[in-house]
Design a protein around this ligand. Structure first.
Ligand code: UGA
Length: 461
């Protein structure tokens, strides 16, 4: 089957390569010439495990091609996926949908026969209907372009696996479940190989529900993380251990342990902007009260970053001036080079502004971090970052940081303080090696009768 994919970022490039892997003929489309040139050579312009292999395989096999030419795309297929970005609008909470609108406005007049435009981007509810209006306005007479929605749930770092073996496929059609149309036929055909090899539930619904499924899923995940981080603040005040607490509540299958990882909180190109866009859209629809709790979810999340900075100041004896802090991690999560709204890089920036000599290392995100925060210090390895450091701060839970040898770090570092922003480090091992280990959400037990609440994160030997 032939299809195009508009947008070649984390979502679009992965979708295009995975569709080729399923046996389809795919044309990836983007307005960025340089990016398309790299993709044509079989190079992935970002870090995503497993993607370079399938991309190269299908560029070589000829099943996956790339272009910047919309007319070529219009001619190539009748099924067009749209996976361009919907970032937060400048100075507002709402999502900027101009990129999806541009694709529809530019592609529609070039169509010479009926076609289906399948939105995959995360959009405010109501966008698909609006895009249908744009398509209707631009198509030639006698040509019909139907806009449908098929939200994507892939996680960066697991994008290939999530695309090839999804938990569920959600398809939003204007006519809902009953609709029999070219759109239904083509989308079913595109996903048939997945359903044959490793079946998953397929939910066919109306457009609005499909758009809301996606933002609700991300809002729920963000809420779950902020819930445990709010409890983490209480743990710090009460001298309790949030990681033990999370294990214990997570054993209840109604709660579940996943996404109860307390620490620096969520970042990236999706969760933060999606909860804000959800609040903005609910407000536009007159349902703003329903989503006001997301404001709190956002605040709890941002407070964790400040708490990490306070903990570092505390560990440095009250001031960061003249202190060197090694920040291990710049990506918003491991197995990614994405630094968009990264808690790690944000903390590194705040430490630097407070006067610390900040040296950052990340296994994959250094180039992106440098481009965003050129004034920070950068190292080429974790040990190099720790060289002369008074404090070592783990901000992204890359496996190579978790596996660091405390003795090897002690040989190069000036201080012996490890701050764990992700509750991922083996604290006991570091304490046994002579380090002071402090982590977010894990206070020392309150001493009976002392009357003073334990200070946050003081898990010491
Ligand atoms: C998220 C969703 O998980 C995907 O389902 C969705 O498709 C995607 O957004 C999207 O909308 O495109 P992603 O942004 O790749 O995926 O990252 P997550 O794995 O969800 O992690 C988000 C952030 O939460 C990271 O900064 C991570 O460190 C943090 N996190 C995650 C925690 O702080 N604690 C946890 O327990 C889990």
């Amino acid at each position: 089957m032939r299809m195009t994919v508009f947008g070649t970022g984390y979502l679009g490039a992965t979708h295009a390569a995975c569709m080729a892997e399923l046996g389809h003929e795919v044309l990836g489309v983007d307005v960025d010439e340089a990016k398309i040139e790299r993709l044509r050579r079989g190079e992935v312009p970002f870090y995503e495990p497993g993607l370079p292999e399938i991309l190269r395989k299908h560029v070589d096999s000829g099943r996956l091609k790339f272009t910047t030419d919309y007319a070529e795309a219009a001619e190539f297929a009748d099924l067009h996926f749209i996976g361009v970005g919907t970032p937060q609008r400048k100075g507002e909470f709402a999502a900027d949908t101009t990129y999806v609108e541009d694709v529809v406005a530019r592609l529609s007049p070039l169509l010479t026969r009926d076609a289906v435009l399948v939105g995959k981007s995360t959009v405010p509810v109501g966008t698909a209907v609006r895009l249908q209006g744009i398509a209707d306005w631009h198509v030639r007479s006698g040509v019909r372009a139907e806009v449908v929605w098929n939200p994507e749930f892939l996680r960066e770092g697991f994008a290939v696996k999530d695309t090839l073996t999804p938990d569920r496929i959600v398809i939003g059609l204007p006519g809902g479940e009953q609709e029999q149309s070219l759109a239904r036929e083509l989308v079913d055909e595109a996903y048939a190989p997945i359903l044959e090899s490793d079946p998953c539930p397929v939910i066919v619904t109306d457009l609005a529900t499909s758009e809301l499924v996606k933002v609700s899923a991300n809002a729920f995940l963000a809420t779950k993380i902020s819930f445990i981080n709010a409890v983490s603040e209480v743990c710090e005040a009460a001298g309790a251990d949030v990681t033990v607490l999370a294990d214990a509540i997570g054993m209840d299958p109604r709660i579940g342990r996943r996404f109860l990882g307390a620490g620096l909180g969520f970042g990236g190109g999706c969760l933060p902007k999606d909860i804000r866009a959800f609040m903005a859209r609910a407000g536009e629809l007159g349902a703003d009260e329903a989503m006001t709790f997301l404001r709190e979810v956002d605040s709890i999340n941002m407070r964790r970053r400040e708490r990490m900075v306070d903990l570092t100041v505390e560990a440095c004896g009250g001031t960061l001036i003249g202190k060197t802090v090694a920040v291990l991690g710049a990506a918003f999560k491991p197995n990614s080079d994405d630094v968009r709204d990264s808690p790690a890089l944000n903390v590194a920036g705040m430490l630097s502004l407070k006067g610390a000599q900040t040296v950052v290392f990340d296994p994959q995100a250094l180039d992106n971090a440098r481009a965003l925060f050129p004034t920070l210090g950068y190292a080429e390895s974790a040990l190099q970052a720790c060289d002369g450091a008074d404090v070592v701060l783990v901000a992204t839970e890359w496996a190579e940081f978790v596996e660091l040898d405390p003795a090897a770090v002690a040989e190069v570092a000036r201080g012996r303080i490890l701050l764990d922003g992700r509750n991922c480090m083996p604290g006991d091992t570091w304490r046994e090696a002579g380090w002071t280990y402090r982590a977010l959400g894990r206070g020392v037990p309150v001493r009976a009768g002392s009357g003073t609440p334990a200070r946050a994160g003081l898990v010491t030997a």
